[in-house]
Ligand binder design. Structure first.
Ligand code: TXA
Ligand code: MG
Length: 317
């Protein structure tokens, strides 16, 4: 069954169709990175502004020099440490990489995703896959095949079902400038883990005017339902006791919550488990016709920092 779908996926991609693929972070909307028709379809389906570049997915670090050049030694060190995995590197692009993938920039974003189906697929293709997250621009990222189906069922010919994404948050995006290592997007690898290799990172994750990465736009990853964040869930919930609310709690509540829809991210308060469940919880609550979603802020370290970043962007008006 899996094999049949993989063969179909390869055929469709070779015909410059766009399909959804599973990764360990979120599902991607993938097409041949070298083909203008395929890449334009991605932008159209996603309703993404054309200046916002896509991540190019490759099968292994050995193929890195087919898409990028002047690669700093520290980039190789990070790649060797974290690939396959949720790390995206911004590097000087090879001229072979078309400008419609990079939004006209001379840099390219590249990563090796860590999902068995997608790695198998990439290994059989003779081109890399350009793939943004498989959701309309600005909405909640998909971590299950049915999330993608809800967004794009009739718009794409195949959703390669690889189960629930293991990490559940997008890749961490890192770039390099003048011997400095720069964080462009918090992601599924904590900054602590990156800094253990690179030393202190320079953070450039908040730019609204001309964002380098759309994930940097202050409103992004947002539910349709009105959403707020709090560090004191019990108090905040008490303000809305007669309203139809939904709650995203980090761990099991130590008080009784009546008549409201509670999503517990991790019963015992484990950050990795919370990360894996975060977007799915928002997808479920967003379907409940609630007046308000209240999200509890997480401890501000490791993956808690990434989830807090997504919470801030989800609540922006
Ligand atoms: O985990 C992920 O990264 C997922 C899976 C599918 O791989 N992909 C993903 O793609 O999150 P997307 O398009 O939703 O976010 C990619 C981010 C965007 O914020 C984009 O602007 C940034 O990468 N990006 C791409 N190329 C860039 C470049 N040359 N310079 C700076 N940022 C870049
Ligand atoms: Mg995205």
């Amino acid at each position: 069954m899996e094999d049949k779908n993989l063969i179909l996926a390869k055929e469709l991609l070779e015909k410059n169709e766009v399909i959804a693929i599973p990764t360990e972070t979120v599902y991607g909307l993938a097409g041949n990175a070298y083909n203008e028709i395929a890449v334009k379809k991605i932008f159209e389906i996603k309703k993404r502004p054309f200046y916002n570049p896509l991540i190019v997915h490759i099968a292994s670090v050995e193929r890195l020099d087919t898409v990028a050049e002047s690669i700093p030694a520290i980039a190789y060190k990070l790649a060797e440490m974290f690939w396959p995995g949720p790390l995206t590197l911004i590097l000087k692009k090879k001229s072979l990489i078309p400008h419609w993938v990079t939004g006209g920039k001379d840099s390219v974003a590249v990563r090796v995703p860590n999902h068995p189906l997608t790695l198998q697929l990439l290994n059989t293709l003779d081109f890399p896959l350009a793939a943004p997250s498989a959701n309309p621009f600005g909405t909640i990222s998909p971590t299950q095949a049915d999330h993608v189906a809800n967004y794009f069922k009739n718009k794409i010919p195949l959703i390669l079902d690889g189960g629930t994404c293991k990490s559940g948050l997008e890749s961490t995006i890192i770039g390099f400038e003048n011997d400095q290592v720069i964080l462009y997007r918090h992601g599924a690898i904590s900054i602590e883990a990156i800094e253990s290799i690179t030393g202190k990172l320079i953070s450039n994750t908040h730019q609204d005017a001309t964002p380098i990465a759309p994930g940097m736009l202050s409103k992004h990853y947002a539910p349709n339902t009105n959403t707020i964040a709090t560090s004191d869930l019990k108090k905040e919930m008490s303000l809305y006791s007669n309203r139809k609310i939904g709650v995203v709690a980090f761990k099991e509540l130590d008080f009784e919550a009546k008549n409201c829809n509670v999503e517990v991210l991790s019963k015992n308060g484990l950050l990795e488990e919370a990360a894996k469940n975060f977007y799915a919880a928002l997808h479920r609550l967003d379907k409940e016709n609630l007046e308000l979603i209240i999200i509890e802020q997480l401890p501000d370290y490791s993956l808690g920092k990434t989830i807090n970043d997504r919470i801030q962007r989800a609540i922006k008006k």
